[in-house]
Design a protein around this ligand. Structure first.
Ligand code: 5CA
Length: 437
């Protein structure tokens, strides 16, 4: 892609409510545009990053056997009345009437709808366990939408739902998701800590939030720093090992505000190990047994002949919030570096040129066609502009690798830089090897 052709409305003027770096960077690089309070359009650069995050989330869900489907954004109020949440959800739910006067709503989450689908299709324990997920827009009429897409009203979420015959098997599903979340965040180069959490309007008695540490986070975090020493790669993907993994994490003190008790923290965690900071919730998982299956009458035949309510859990990842969370974690000293797994381009070529001397642009064009031939996703900065302005712009765009074609370039060697590291003069073959590695 040529930068001159990319729809990327860079802006310098920021609105006064853009207080945190992710919101500022996303506006400055034209990733998003606000269309109403807490509602955003995703422009090509932002959309591309979000879609790449979505792909990582999807792959990790598929790996643990969850199956993708798609439920609508608009739901009927009837099923929410059956579960009792229609009133409980309060003002946060956007209620709509269709032309026949039927009560509808824009889904803030999907426990009721998935339970409704399940009860009409599954009748026997033989079809269990099941894990289903979708990646879909949600709407919550937050009182105070803020921080751009971090706490907004319309957001993109991966929500998964598990169905099991009994509590023991349901907790095994919970542990698989727990593991999958750690793998997902690792691929996004984020250090996410699972923390014991309150269940809020979703309900249930077992819940973890996955929090990444960031000073601009909305949650206060209190943790034992030993939790960072637990390495998920030391556990195998079997029920026993995953149970041990969850228990090892849970035995380390790590909570957010709602669960925090000062005396408990001080008596459980040695002074030197106490971490008190802020964090961003990027995922939240729940086990709630028959909270929805019972009122919605979602029953299956048990092997011993009885009918029992299925035991359920739900598992969310804030896909759109993750775009902002990654920026909060990776944008430092005015320089952004996207993790390779989600970077908007693999590499950018930055030639220094002007209309009287197009040599470097020609060289850049040749490299561009070599790299696109081998299916790399390349951005070529073909805009005539002085080189320091170009560097400033690329500091914000955050493409992890740069090939700089300027006075230093030799016949077969180019200045190559991984953002955050020193530049080196190397051949195109070596550059390709590094990028493809
Ligand atoms: N039904 C459950 C699990 S599927 C659920 O809805 N959980 S949740 O309320 O915790 O949301 C899941 C994730 O969505 C959160 O961890 C957060 O990352 C993201 N999220 C929630 N509210 C917002 C919001 N207003 N703006 C952006 N992302 C949000």
């Amino acid at each position: 892609m040529l930068l001159s052709k990319l729809f990327i409305p860079l802006t310098k003027d920021l609105p006064s409510d853009a207080k945190i770096k992710s919101h500022q960077l996303m506006l400055r690089t034209g990733m998003i545009r606000q269309s109403a309070a807490g509602i955003y359009s995703w422009l090509p650069l932002g959309f591309k990053v979000m879609k790449k995050i979505e792909a990582v989330v999807r792959e990790e869900q598929n790996k643990i056997g969850a199956q993708e489907m798609l439920m609508p954004t608009i739901q009927s109020a009837d099923i929410w009345k059956e579960s009792g949440r229609y009133n409980d959800y309060g003002e946060e739910m956007l209620r709509i009437k269709d032309r026949q006067g039927r009560e509808m709503l824009y889904g803030p989450t999907n426990e009721e709808l998935i339970t409704d689908i399940f009860r009409s299709s599954v009748k026997s324990y033989k079809s269990l366990p099941q894990m289903l997920y979708h990646i879909q827009w949600k709407f919550r009429d937050e009182i105070r939408p803020r921080f751009g897409i971090m706490r907004c009203r319309e957001f993109y979420m991966k929500d998964a739902y598990s169905f099991d015959l009994d509590e023991q098997s349901a907790k095994q599903s919970y542990n698989k998701m727990f593991y999958s979340y750690l793998q997902t965040f690792k691929r996004l180069e984020l250090e996410a800590i699972p923390m014991a959490a309150d269940t809020g309007p979703i309900g249930g008695d077992l819940s973890h939030e996955f929090i990444i540490l960031a000073e601009t986070g909305e949650s206060n975090v209190y943790a034992d720093k030993n939790i960072f020493a637990i390495d998920p790669s030391n556990y195998k993907f079997d029920d026993q090992s995953l149970e041990k993994m969850r228990k090892d994490f849970s035995s380390c003190y790590a909570v957010t505000d709602e669960k925090f008790k000062k005396d408990e923290f001080e008596s459980n965690v040695k002074k030197d190990n106490q971490i008190m900071t802020k964090g961003i919730e990027v995922g939240h998982i729940f086990y709630f047994g028959d909270k929805y299956s019972k009122p919605l009458n979602c029953l299956v035949d048990h092997p011993d002949g009885k009918k029992v309510s299925v035991k359920m859990g739900s598992y969310g990842i804030g896909v759109s919030r993750l775009v902002g969370a990654i920026i909060e974690a990776k944008f430092n000293n005015d320089v952004m570096k996207w993790p390779r797994s989600v970077a908007p381009f693999d590499v950018v070529i930055i030639p220094s040129f002007n209309k009287n001397n197009l040599n470097n642009l020609e060289k850049a064009n040749k490299i561009y066609s070599e790299l696109t031939k081998i299916k790399l996703d390349v951005l070529l900065d073909d805009v005539e502009e002085n080189i320091s302005a170009k560097f400033k712009k690329h500091d914000l765009l955050g493409i992890p690798y740069q090939i700089i074609i300027g006075s230093k370039s030799e016949e077969n060697k180019f200045e190559f830089k991984e953002v955050g590291k020193d530049a080196k003069m190397i051949s195109l073959e070596e550059i390709i090897k590094i990028i493809k590695n």
